[in-house]
Design a protein around this ligand. Structure first.
Ligand code: SF4
Length: 365
């Protein structure tokens, strides 16, 4: 491969085809970092809106460092993988405490920030500081698995270090950031899962195209089996308010809010599971009085079916005891909008807001 020509052709194509993304207007470390963390596991068209709302609310790292975790998670709601948001808050505080509020400029310090891996450190170093540091993510691995026609598993350490070495060797003087973004753009727009080789700017350098192995590259690991989970949750409506609780550190979705509930155990019906979970989690006797809906959602390799019930408090008024949560309480339905919920519970809330039966509860009047 003629590396100089590869780089030139890729940059020429990037100059003509780059998408107009807000963080590209005047790349600075904070904006690049925010955009890169948001773009992990998320489609770019969704990232733009989140990015703009984030920058309105937390325009710089000092403002972010002072934010409450609750507000950060709320702004992140819907992006998933909430540890990214929590790590950003930790990283902002460590930049304020350890670097006087100035984003560090050397790759090792960037890499040491919470939630910043090799890829993100490479992206910030090259895009924001112009350093010739490779940023190798799944997109770039896929491109080079094809360009180099790699027959080894692309997620293994051998493939990664070969690709990093190759990217480093191709970095042009003075345009490291553009080269990083050009590779990302090529992986997103042309050398995607189904590559469009006919309009690829580096097709003359592509060993897989020449060998006829494009459809076999990259070599991927055998996917893990999906696991199906049956869950049940109860919306306890009492005095016009609904009971929610905040998940504990160490749980799945720590710091997010939910309606009490849990996994349906063997031999139980979903409504029996809700009654049991309410006793275990908040020590309240409830009766499920109505099926609200069933919500299906996925996280990692889990496929969850969540049966949702409207519940009534039985007996005398009693205060909940939060055995499985950091805190909780009854809130008015419109106030649910102020709390961050995981995807399944958010969908349940949206369903209730839109269903004629429940929508009046969400009216502010
Ligand atoms: S020629 Fe096709 S497979 Fe090769 S880098 Fe370009 S788009 Fe990817």
């Amino acid at each position: 491969m003629d590396g100089t020509l590869f780089t030139q052709q890729l940059l020429d194509w990037y100059d003509a085809n780059r998408r107009d993304l807000p963080w590209r207007h005047a790349p600075e470390p904070y904006g690049v970092w925010v955009s890169e963390i948001m773009a992990q596991q998320t489609r770019m068209d969704r990232v733009v809106g989140y990015y703009e709302r984030w920058m309105d609310r937390f325009p710089d790292i000092v403002t972010l460092a002072r934010a409450h975790e609750e507000d950060v998670l709320k702004l992140w709601e819907g992006l998933g993988y909430y540890s990214r948001a929590r790590n950003m808050l930790k990283a902002a505080r460590s930049v304020v405490d350890g670097h006087g509020g100035e984003f560090p400029s050397d790759p090792a310090s960037i890499r040491s920030l919470p939630g910043v891996g090799g890829y993100t450190a490479g992206a910030i170093s090259s895009i924001a500081f112009g350093l010739p540091e490779p940023a190798v993510d799944a997109n770039v691995l896929r491109v080079f698995a094809r360009v180099l026609d790699l027959g080894m598993p692309v997620r293994g350490s051998a493939a990664r270090s070969l690709v990093e070495k190759t990217v480093r060797s191709l970095m042009p003087d003075g345009r490291a950031g553009d080269f990083t973004q050009a590779l990302m753009e090529l992986g997103a727009l042309v050398c995607a899962k189904n590559p469009d080789c006919a309009r690829c700017p580096v097709r003359d350098h592509c060993a897989a195209l020449e060998a006829g192995t494009v459809s076999q590259r990259p070599v991927l690991p055998v996917p893990k089996k999906t696991v199906r989970i049956n869950m049940a949750t109860g919306v306890l409506l009492h005095g016009g308010r609904m009971l929610i609780q905040k998940r504990r550190p160490g749980d799945v979705w720590p710091g997010l809010w939910e309606f009490p509930g849990g996994v349906v155990e063997e031999g139980e019906t979903p409504s029996q599971a809700v009654v049991r979970e309410y006793m275990e989690e908040v020590e309240l006797p409830v009766t499920p009085v109505e099926d609200i809906t069933t919500v299906a959602y996925s996280y990692t390799r889990y496929r969850v079916t969540m049966h949702c019930f409207l519940c009534r408090l039985d007996g005398e008024d009693a205060a909940p005891v939060f055995n499985e949560a950091v805190e909780g309480g009854f809130v008015s339905p419109p106030a649910l909008a102020d709390y961050a919920f995981p995807a399944g519970h958010r969908r349940l809330i949206r369903f209730m807001q839109e269903a004629p039966r429940f929508a009046p509860l969400f009216s502010e009047d």
